[in-house]
Design a protein around this ligand. Structure first.
Ligand code: G3I
Length: 352
């Protein structure tokens, strides 16, 4: 699926949906399909047959939880190690799925040698060579890329707040333009995304981050940078309401600049939620429902991906383990691959 198809995959159905009132939900409209997918972990992909079956059963899209990050791809300056993404792409193709790319420029998951890059000329050369090589290898195979990940600092506010990174230190904000232009030149069809977190909750901090991101998008557009979409990572803090009006306004503001949206890393961080399973799962599903409704009240996201599919394999306990010892339940399937209310909330929207 090329970019135009990816973006317009459901265009006719979207129109139908809008005619009916977008909050009806895609399933209710009877035909709209928003591509749904999940981040895939490489080890279990090779070892866990039940995991593979669940991915095939539920997903039209996959993205590597790792594998395309610099730390995985670039052990040294002259090496590109494509084993993981090649494996995932083969799995996707065998099963009629598409694969997204994550990510080309990020402050984190960098090998030591790349963190030592200094000076504008060296940084630009390394960044463009990397993007040319990686996007070039998957040209025509990966229809959507997280070109820049987490460009905003954690406490970003309107007009200020670029995240520290090798790229920002050497090139300033221009690194984002360089990354976007390079990716577009290599694969003119690909959907180019900047992807960020902390945009969804009803807090002053999230509101400020939305404004900062809007300002960044506006500056990029004014400079003629080829940006197609903004990705909501949507690692939703379970104890915070979604700012539904704020999210809808943000999406409308992006659309007014002709920038699409998608949900790239959805999960619900449940360390501060009640222990009781049914109660916890219901809150998790409600956060997801609220976010998706807020987006859909304005437009149809070009895709919805969760960051993992099953509670068996999730990054959440690395940072947000529960104090009571109960396992986290951030994802649409249980650790034994049973669908949870979160899956129903997603399927109500994507149709499935
Ligand atoms: O590769 C080793 C493996 O050999 C070893 O057995 C295992 C033991 O814990 O560690 C493995 O590496 C870990 C890797 O995940 C594979 O699971 C790394 O230590 C760990 O740092 C890495 O964390 C990933 C993190 O990004 C940093 O790349 C998480 O899985 C991944 O979920 C997380 O994803 C990020 C997105 O890219 C950006 N948005 C936020 C999201 C969540 O933090």
């Amino acid at each position: 699926m090329r970019r135009r198809e990816f973006v317009a995959a459901t265009a006719a159905a979207t129109l139908a949906l809008l005619h009916r009132g977008a909050t009806d939900g895609a399933a209710a409209a009877g035909q709209a399909k928003i591509p749904f997918g999940a981040a895939v972990r490489d080890g279990p992909l090779q070892e866990d047959e039940a995991y593979r079956q669940a991915l095939v059963k539920y997903c039209q899209l996959v993205v590597g939880e790792g594998g395309l990050k610099w730390v995985d791809l670039r052990p040294d300056p002259s090496t590109f190690n494509f084993h993981q993404p090649d494996r995932l792409l083969a799995f996707a193709r065998r099963n009629g799925m598409k694969m997204r790319g994550h990510t080309l420029a990020w402050y984190a998951a960098m090998p030591d040698w790349a963190n030592a890059i200094t000076g504008a000329a060296e940084a630009e050369r390394e960044l463009t060579t990397h993007i040319e090589t990686v996007v070039g290898r998957y040209r025509g195979e990966i229809p959507s890329w997280d070109v820049v990940n987490e460009a905003l600092s954690d406490d970003a506010k309107a007009s200020v707040g670029l995240r520290d990174s090798v790229w920002a230190a050497a090139l300033g904000e221009r690194y984002i333009d360089i990354a976007l232009h390079t990716a577009r030149a290599v694969d003119p069809q690909v959907q180019l995304v900047i992807n960020d977190y902390g945009l969804e909750a009803a807090t002053e901090k999230a509101k400020a981050r939305r404004l900062a991101l809007l300002d960044l998008v506006r500056r990029l557009r004014d400079r003629g940078a080829p940006l197609d979409a903004v990705g909501f990572q949507a690692h939703l803090p379970g104890d915070l309401d979604i700012d539904t009006d704020g999210v809808s306004q943000f999406v409308a503001d992006l659309k007014s600049m002709d920038v699409d949206v998608l949900v790239t890393e959805l999960d619900v961080i449940d360390d501060a939620l009640p222990a009781e399973t049914a109660e916890r799962d219901a809150i998790v599903a409600r956060r997801v429902q609220d976010l998706l409704a807020a987006i859909l009240s304005v437009t149809q996201p070009s895709a919805i991906l969760t960051w993992g599919l099953t509670d068996r394999y999730t990054w959440v306990p690395i940072w947000y383990k529960r104090n009571d010892g109960h396992p986290n339940r951030p994802l649409p399937l249980t650790d034994t691959f049973e669908p949870k209310p979160m899956m129903q909330a997603i399927q109500a929207v994507v149709g499935g």
